[in-house]
Design a protein. Structure first.
Length: 376
């Protein structure tokens, strides 16, 4: 359930995108009709999942009216037109002798097979930039024209997928030919979307008692900067492994923090030694609470800060200064802030968490630094 290839029966927060795709395939239940779409979006935004969910749903939905088959081909592993077409023919007719056949011959066989079985095929060319870069847009062009000058129509539908960055490559070759209205651009996930995805996966992979919702939120916060669904799935998996290694059945914040720390790109840009003394004291207070909780409220931050001040026999700084330090921690990704929606009416309660670092480690590093400062 924590594998990337697992396709959930329901996608989180992609209803609108599924509707848009459906409009590009309107009428597909009728013989002679076909659809086409281009999907682009950043890494881990669910392009592959969206396309697979869509074709599975639409073929099932129209099953009584039309025999719609579908095939997902990853062009990274099949970058040449011949490889792509061999995949198609093997799918339609397993064992079909395809050795030595040219693309044109395979296309003719595909058309014949579809006609014979009166079926329609939706081909998903995923990571299509690999195909385009290697061999240009010739195959896409021929697939789109498969019925031209023939006695058949609507044999085949096409979905092309690519990451957003290579839109230029797509622009001339594909999007202009598909039509701009058939281009679906999807965005990376925000924290809420990632939370939903993490929650769905966790419910499939864990027993409810082994992972608390606050841990799932911490995972979503750790992944939020990337917008990548794969990061939350990855963090769930490594946090679970970390708990297991420790002989626990319950996942704790530290499991997430350790996993997030070792992932590239989650680098916290903070130079602890250069912090103001009271920023260090404030951070100590935050760390103490976050050693065994996923979050601390802004109110508790101030209360605990005063306790730590007392320990070090320091007069506490005012609210504004503390707030400035908290903002500073947030800016360097050391802390993540969340505003409590339920409490919005009664003044804004902020909740802080530390998804990318281990609070216990940080506290240990701060202790001698504060003492040194106070001696000086
Ligand atoms: N909306 C969603 N609801 C539930 N799971 C999702 C959703 N979006 C993505 N996932 C899951 O996240 C993982 C990554 O998604 P997917 O492979 O579709 O991303 P992608 O955009 O194709 O990434 P890449 O650009 O690397 O190809 C998959 O395991 C997928 O099932
Ligand atoms: Mg993909």
């Amino acid at each position: 359930m924590l594998g990337y290839d697992y396709l959930p029966s329901e996608l989180i927060g992609r209803d609108q995108q599924l509707i848009e795709l459906a409009s590009m395939f309107a009428g597909l239940e009728n013989p002679n009709s076909s659809g086409r779409a281009v999907i682009t979006g950043p890494v881990g935004s669910g392009k592959t999942a969206l396309s697979r969910r869509f074709v599975e749903d639409i073929s099932r939905h129209h099953a009584e009216k039309r025999n719609i088959r579908w095939l997902h081909i990853n062009c990274r592993n099949n970058p040449s037109p011949t490889q792509v077409m061999q995949r198609v023919i093997q799918y339609l007719s397993p064992g079909h002798p395809d050795r030595g056949l040219g693309v044109g011959e395979i296309l003719a066989s595909v058309r014949r097979l579809l006609k014979q079985s009166s079926s329609h095929i939706i081909i998903i060319l995923d990571e299509a930039d690999h195909l385009l870069r290697k061999s240009g847009d010739d195959l896409v062009y021929r697939l789109l024209r498969i019925d031209e000058d023939q006695d058949s129509t609507g044999s085949l539908s096409l979905i092309l997928i690519s990451q957003e960055q290579i839109l230029d490559l797509f622009e001339g070759a594909v999007i202009s030919r598909f039509g701009r209205s058939r281009h679906l651009r999807i965005q990376g996930y925000d924290k809420e979307g990632l939370f939903g995805i993490a929650k769905q996966r966790a419910s499939l992979a864990f027993t409810p008692s082994s992972i608390d919702e606050s841990i799932i939120l911490l995972i979503a916060e750790a992944a939020a900067a990337s917008g990548d669904a794969r990061v939350v799935i990855d963090l769930l998996d490594s946090a679970a492994k970390s708990a297991e290694l420790d002989g626990r059945s319950e996942v704790l914040p530290a499991d997430v923090q350790i996993s997030s720390m070792v992932k590239a790109g989650n680098h916290v840009e903070i130079i602890i030694d250069e912090l103001a003394t009271h920023a260090m004291i404030l951070l100590t207070a935050v760390c103490r609470r976050l050693k065994n909780r996923t979050e601390i409220t802004s109110g508790d931050v101030e209360t605990l800060y005063r306790v730590v001040c007392e320990e070090f026999e320091q007069a506490p700084r005012g609210h504004t200064t503390l707030w400035k330090y908290l903002k500073q921690f947030e800016e360097c990704d050391l802390l993540v802030a969340r505003v409590d929606r339920l409490n919005e009416g009664r003044g804004r309660t902020q909740h802080f968490s530390m998804p990318h670092m281990l609070p216990a480690d940080l506290e240990k590093r701060l202790q001698p630094l504060i003492k040194k400062r106070l001696r000086a």
